[in-house]
Design a protein around this ligand. Sequence first.
Ligand code: DGL
Length: 268
Amino acid sequence: MSPDAPIGVFDSGIGGLTVVRSLLARLPHERVIYVGDTARVPYGPKSPDTVRRYAEEIGRWLVGEGVKAVVVACNTATAHALDALRSTLPVPVIGVVEPGAAAAVASASHTPIGVIGTVGTIASGAYERAIHARVPEATVLPRACPLFVPLVEEGWLEHHVTELVAREYLAPLVADGIGALVLGCTHYPLLAPLLARIVGPHVRLIDSADETARVTATTLDAHGLLAAVRATPPRHRFVASDAPDRFLALGQRFLGQTLDHVEHVTFG
Ligand code: DGL
């Protein structure tokens, strides 16, 4: 495997571009192939078996495109499919749950840790297991917030409806005195300003994207796979399994930079 090969990143849709944004900030010489499974989004309410099948299809496709590592940017896919991907793909596979859990315990090991995510992620217990593997006595307060994804997709980041919904979801966690809140879903970092106002200044919001980028850098380094410094900016590929035009229009908000082309690939 060549250090010059791209990193494969995938998510159920465009939300995982928040992880690409952090990756490119930390690893500016790396090339990325990003797949958003826009034909089959959302993964959040789907069964573990279905999400695992989707994740394996995309993982195999990325390996066929020659990636040197796969980053599972989707929390739900990480929760249901990380072990399967690690045992079947011939490249290092990095998920978002372990990095998010590590960041959470680093900032709040003595206060309860709130974890919010999709129904699938919360039902899987993946964050609780990852946090307890580090700090067995940690108190973890999980809460599924299924309405957040459609609200973010609608662009209602500072809307009064989103604020009402968020207050409803977060009230029990705030009442229980959480010290950190893990944003366990690709879409939630876009709600961070609103969520920060609701939980107050003493609660640290944990966005696993930055920590995932750090773990990706460490993993590539450990395998001798870090790209050499390039004289010209690397060219990335962005792939959607449906509606590439919508991906192009919405994706820039998640990526934080202009997208000029999105390819269309069908899976399954
Ligand atoms: N990408 C998913 C996650 O991080 C959120 C969207 C979905 O439900 O597919 O869990």
